[in-house]
Design a binder for this molecule. Structure first.
Ligand SMILES: NC(=O)c1ccc[n+]([C@@H]2O[C@H](COP(=O)([O-])OP(=O)(O)OC[C@H]3O[C@@H](n4cnc5c(N)ncnc54)[C@H](O)[C@@H]3O)[C@@H](O)[C@H]2O)c1
Length: 418
């Protein structure tokens, strides 16, 4: 039987997982349960020189902790955020804007773009045109035209692109990916991905200028009324990041509220996107004939991103905002709590990076994977095609919600098959 700790958690070592699942097919893939990648190529003498754009979320990564990476340039439009970047990354080359940095910075190989979502595609193009590899915050883009433009520029320049999707490297998502690769789900036919980010007190959200809907200078930020389905990548990371499937059809509904203080709130009546929705729920079908449900809620009483995966041999549930444990149900067994391995403790990360980090351990994996990919001259695990597969279905879902749930086809931006 699985090893039980004092909380009754089931520790899935290779042997105990095999007993837990009873699935003989897992024998070949059992090691995948604990191994997901590699640390970094010790033999290289290359060092990656990184620039960073955006000093709020962009100041929370760990490029400079990779033994083969140094941050050589930072920029933000606001002085206090430039200062934060300078301190975080121990970098004295500070620029007033990305545009200035592109003109003046010389010693840069790659750039981390952590500006607001509507700026990503345009700024990524500027950086690719400058000859820099790019890691960019989510989402990859906000329109189908931008998706096509990104694909064209990435393929034209041959440079590397990675989207910094955190759910892909949640410890639970790594576990689900490994379980899927080992065949433990049987046929994984249904995935639910959810991202909840409440705006809080509705009046305070308008008056408190230190909140996220405002920029440091008091102007409205890109988050003001931003359509929830244009931020689908945390939820879809649980599908694309586990099975690699592509969403091919989408139907989506939106909720605006009925009480006047909700329905007539400026976030949904007066925003730059013409979007009337607080919350959106979408049902999607995939290129393998499977189902996926995505919830993107911005007015609700839950927080964070989570998933559940249903196969015909096993089901796996991630915790709800830290309230309960991860749970697995395997055919023929009762539901059990799973102590998901803390992959960040292992040699999957360079030794100095083996620490807990933001968004369920993902910040360290994102930082290491992008640098490793450049060192090894390969595409990052979350390349442009995976990134667009997590972004584009939400763009189409927004269109569907504006058409009261009409089912729409999702175009592919995958690499052309030769
Ligand atoms: N879990 C996650 O993956 C996660 C969490 C938070 C934010 N994000 C993403 O990260 C990105 C940044 O989020 P945020 O909350 O820090 O946004 P933000 O709007 O607070 O900060 C963006 C920063 O980019 C800077 N910027 C924009 N254009 C610039 C330019 N031309 N030159 C220099 N600086 C420029 C702005 O000055 C600003 O400080 C967003 O796209 C968001 O979607 C992802």
């Amino acid at each position: 039987m699985p090893v039980q700790d004092e909380r009754g958690a089931c520790h899935l070592s290779r042997r105990s997982f095999l007993e837990c699942s009873g699935a003989a097919a897992l024998v070949a893939g059992g090691d995948l349960l604990t191994r997901v990648g590699r640390a970094y190529p010790q033999e290289t003498d290359k060092t990656i020189r990184m620039a960073v754009v955006g000093g709020r979320f962009g100041a929370t990564f760990h490029w400079h902790e990779h033994p083969r990476c140094v941050v050589t340039a930072v920029t933000d439009l606001y002085p206090e955020r430039r200062e934060r970047l300078k301190n975080q990354y121990r970098c004295d080359a500070v620029y007033d804007s990305l545009e200035t940095m592109i003109r003046e910075a010389k010693d840069v190989d790659a750039v981390a773009v952590f500006s607001g979502a509507p700026d990503h595609a345009k700024q990524v193009k500027m950086c690719l045109d400058r000859g820099w590899h790019v890691v960019c915050a989510v989402p990859a883009c906000v329109s189908l035209e931008e998706a096509a433009m990104l694909k064209e520029h990435k393929e034209k320049t041959g440079l590397r692109y990675m989207m910094a999707e955190s759910s892909w490297y949640h410890q639970e998502c790594i576990f689900a990916r490994n379980l899927h690769r080992a065949g433990g789900f049987g046929e994984l036919f249904y995935t639910e991905g959810e991202y909840y980010h409440d705006h809080g007190d509705l009046q305070k959200a308008l008056t408190d200028k230190s909140g996220l809907p405002y920029n440091p200078d008091g102007t409205r930020s890109w988050r003001w009324g931003y359509p929830p389905m244009l931020y689908p990548t945390h939820s879809l990371g649980f599908l694309v990041g586990v099975t690699g499937e592509r969403v091919v059809k989408v139907s989506c509904l939106g909720w605006r509220g009925t009480r006047p203080e909700v329905r007539e709130h400026p976030f949904v009546t007066d925003n730059a996107y013409g979007s009337p929705f607080w919350c959106q729920a979408s049902i999607m079908s995939t290129n393998r004939g499977h189902m996926c449900r995505v919830n993107e809620f911005r007015r609700c009483t839950n927080y964070g991103d989570r998933a559940q995966w249903f196969g015909d041999e096993a089901t796996f549930y991630t915790p709800l905002s830290g309230v309960h444990e991860s749970v697995i149900c395997v055919r023929g067994k009762s539901a059990e709590i799973v102590a998901v391995p803390q992959y960040w403790q292992s040699d999957l990360l360079p030794e100095p990076m083996r620490r807990p980090s933001g968004h369920r351990g993902s910040a360290m994996f994102i930082s290491a994977e992008f640098v490793n990919a450049l060192l090894e001259d390969r595409e990052p695990e979350i390349d442009l095609y995976e990134s667009l597969a997590m972004t584009v279905p939400g763009i189409v879902a927004q269109e569907s919600a504006l058409k009261d749930g009409q089912q729409l086809a999702v175009p592919s931006f995958d690499r052309a098959q030769l």
